[in-house]
Design a binder for this molecule. Structure first.
Ligand code: IMP
Length: 187
C-alpha cells in the first residue's frame, strides 16, 4: 500500500485525511515535525513556507495543512489567526463576540500542500460555507466544529460523524484536489 507522510500534530486533521485517502488505498502516516508558522496574510503563504522548511529538514515527500475559520461580517476574522483565537478565546469567545449578531455567515478554508520527491510544491484549496450557531453543540471533531453549521444542514460539524463531515468539509475538498494533483488515483 502506498504511504504518504502528513506533518501535523493535530489528531483531528490526521484522522480526517486518513479517512479521505483510505478511499484511494493510500495510508497516511503522521509525521511529528514542527515547523514555524510565519506571520502571513494567507494560508497559502504559511503552507509554502512550511513545506520548504520541512524539505530542508527531512528531504522527503510530505503533506501539510493550514486552515482557518473566517467570519464573513468581521472581515474574515480570525482567519490566519484561528489557532491563536481558539487557544485564547475558544469557541465561547467567538459566540460572545457575536452574541448580538444576526448575520452569522462564516466559512472554513483549508490550504493543503504537498512537496514531492523533487522538491516541487503543490497547493490545493478547499472551502465550506456555513454559519455560526448560537451555542456550542456536539461532541465530535475538533477546534471550531461545535459552533460551525455547514450550509443546508441543521447540525454543526461536531454533531456529525467523521464520514459526514468529510463529505463536505474544506479539508476533504482540498485534499481530494491534492490527491488528484499527485495522480494518486492512477496507482
Ligand atoms: P491550523 O491550521 O493548525 O493553524 O489551525 C487553525 C485553527 O482552526 C485551529 O485552531 C484549528 O483547530 C481550527 N480548525 C482548522 N480546521 C478546522 C476544522 O475542520 N474544524 C474546526 N476547527 C478547525
Amino acid at each position: 500500500m502506498r504511504k504518504i507522510w502528513f506533518a501535523t500534530s493535530n489528531k483531528g486533521k490526521l484522522i480526517e485525511v486518513q479517512e479521505r485517502f483510505s478511499h484511494l488505498g493510500i495510508e497516511v502516516e503522521q509525521l511529528i515535525a514542527p515547523y514555524p508558522e510565519i506571520q502571513a496574510d494567507t494560508l497559502d503563504e504559511v503552507v509554502e513556507d512550511g513545506l520548504k522548511f520541512l524539505w530542508k529538514e527531512y528531504s522527503r515527500p510530505l503533506m501539510i495543512d493550514d486552515s482557518g475559520l473566517f467570519l464573513d461580517d468581521r472581515e474574515g476574522f480570525p482567519g490566519v489567526y484561528s489557532a491563536y483565537v481558539l487557544h485564547t478565546l475558544g469557541c465561547q469567545g467567538i459566540l460572545d463576540l457575536m452574541h448580538s449578531d444576526t448575520e452569522r455567515q462564516a466559512h472554513f478554508k483549508c490550504c493543503a500542500g504537498y512537496i514531492d520527491e523533487s522538491g516541487n510544491v503543490h497547493i490545493a484549496r478547499g472551502r465550506v460555507d456555513g454559519s455560526i450557531s448560537k451555542e456550542e453543540r456536539g461532541t465530535t471533531g475538533f477546534g471550531f466544529d461545535p459552533i460551525f453549521m455547514p450550509e443546508g444542514h441543521a447540525r454543526v460539524f461536531a454533531e456529525m460523524t467523521l464520514e459526514e463531515k468529510n463529505k463536505m468539509s474544506h479539508r476533504s475538498r482540498a485534499f481530494d484536489k491534492l490527491a488528484g494533483m499527485m495522480e494518486l488515483k492512477k496507482d
